[in-house]
Design a protein around this ligand. Sequence first.
Ligand SMILES: Cc1cc2nc3c(=O)[nH]c(=O)nc-3n(C[C@H](O)[C@H](O)[C@H](O)COP(=O)(O)OP(=O)(O)OC[C@H]3O[C@@H](n4cnc5c(N)ncnc54)[C@H](O)[C@@H]3O)c2cc1C
Length: 510
Amino acid sequence: MAEPAKIRRVVVIGGGVSGLAAAHTLARARRAGAPIEEVLIESNPWLGGVVRSETVDGFLVEAGPDSFLAEKPEAAAMARELGLGDDLMGSNDHARRTYILHQKRLVPLPDGLMFLVPTRFWPMLTTDLLPWSAKLKAAGEMFSSPPPIEKEDESVASFVKRHFGQAMVDNIADPLLAGVYGGDSEALSMRSVLPRFWEMERKHGSLTRATLESVRQRRTDGGRNSAGSGGGNSQSGKLPLFMTLKGGLQQLTQKLAAEVEKYRVFLGRKVLTLEFAPGGPGGLGDSCSRRFLINCEHYKAHDADAVILALPARPASGMIAPLDHRLSELLEGIPYSSSMTVSLGFDEKVRAALPPGFGFLVPRKEQRRMLACTFVHTKFDHRAPEGKALLRCFLGGTRDPDILQMFDEAVLEGVRHELKAILNITVEPLFYRIHEWPDSMAQYAVGHKARVGAIEERLLDLPGIYLAGNAYSGIGISDCIRTGKSAAEKALDFVAAGWRGTQKADDAKQ
Ligand SMILES: Cc1cc2nc3c(=O)[nH]c(=O)nc-3n(C[C@H](O)[C@H](O)[C@H](O)COP(=O)(O)OP(=O)(O)OC[C@H]3O[C@@H](n4cnc5c(N)ncnc54)[C@H](O)[C@@H]3O)c2cc1C
């Protein structure tokens, strides 16, 4: 008779949504009979990472992310899997309208703009956002698109300029990227940040023609959703643009956390480094000792057969340095931006005076500290008491990293000053909340795809170590869930191969 399989330990480091998705996948496998145990180590005293929801006097404040893109299915699928299907809700797209602060006033993004690509002639022709030279260039893109450049990658600014001109970069692309990534269009990689448009150019030349074609195709197919998410004011397809949960996104991370047994979760433990366990990285099949040691600040080391690093790239780089110096350097080279959200509740009078829509974005040339402001009460139901307003301002990013050094009073004063100038709000807010997120948003710089390729190649020589999180292939909640699940599945395959090896050896002894 074969001995029972040895229990393999898979340790997840980082308890944000990526690490929780990984731990949940492992916990499910254990409950289904896989001979493993999952362990989750997190340096904060709480789980969820940047996902945090708070209720203040009947307002629901999202400290970090407020929603996920509906067209990426992983987050909604996970919510349903966890029994949260009834709490999923879409954005109020009938009221969707996004403004750009342009020469001190709010100008709506033209209807039909699919992220950066104009698909409707009249709104583009009549918008105040672009000068005539830019309108003509945008209109002509359909007929005389520039040839793709012979490079592996290009900045978003350079790509958009080639197709639609500099005014489109300054007035639309840059504020959109600052509002979503806290990033800079001159630095961000077209290939990694907007891969669909990169591919469109290669296939069709003109982005306008390609986008119109894909819209037509979707309509013919009974159309599901938009080609270029974010930005434009048009409604297309049946899915909402954004989705969230009635009780806030923290519902999702709390449910995920509840899936992992409490005694397998170690909070307040900062991991410093990984090393191979004494005796070297012996194969799992023939060894009863574990493969890796995980050294923590102030605590004894944990041991593991496989490790998932579900962290921003910088702490992951430090941990991995003793195992592979080059891999550590590659990870270290992924830049991050820091950001801040300032949420303010207001009374009925303020709400009644706000322009209709989801909020506004602020281009660099307007010389404001605010990057974006969301009218949360319009974007989603269940976020503010009847008639009241909840504004969420987004600050920092690569444009203004110093804001995180400022005292809360000064930040609040600055935000109120800008809200007065832009929206004419002069009254005291009913409440405010400031949340800081240092080094939290990965910036996919030009060349990011090649860097990730090199990271993946190095990892082949480190079986048992897996990466998840927003540093590699998408910064959204759904991307993070995808990478967490995928890392867990690879770790399960890895330990199962060792476990099967042991079983075969035991069988052979009989
Ligand atoms: C302000 C803001 C707004 C956003 N808005 C949206 C949005 O609306 N929609 C969307 O889809 N995405 C949004 N994002 C992006 C998305 O929220 C993140 O990419 C995602 O939540 C990251 O999850 P994560 O688990 O990979 O990382 P994190 O949430 O950063 O979690 C990593 C965890 O690792 C822990 N850790 C770090 N170092 C160590 C160590 N040494 N030892 C142990 N643990 C450690 C940290 O404490 C943290 O809990 C937003 C992000 C921010 C910051």
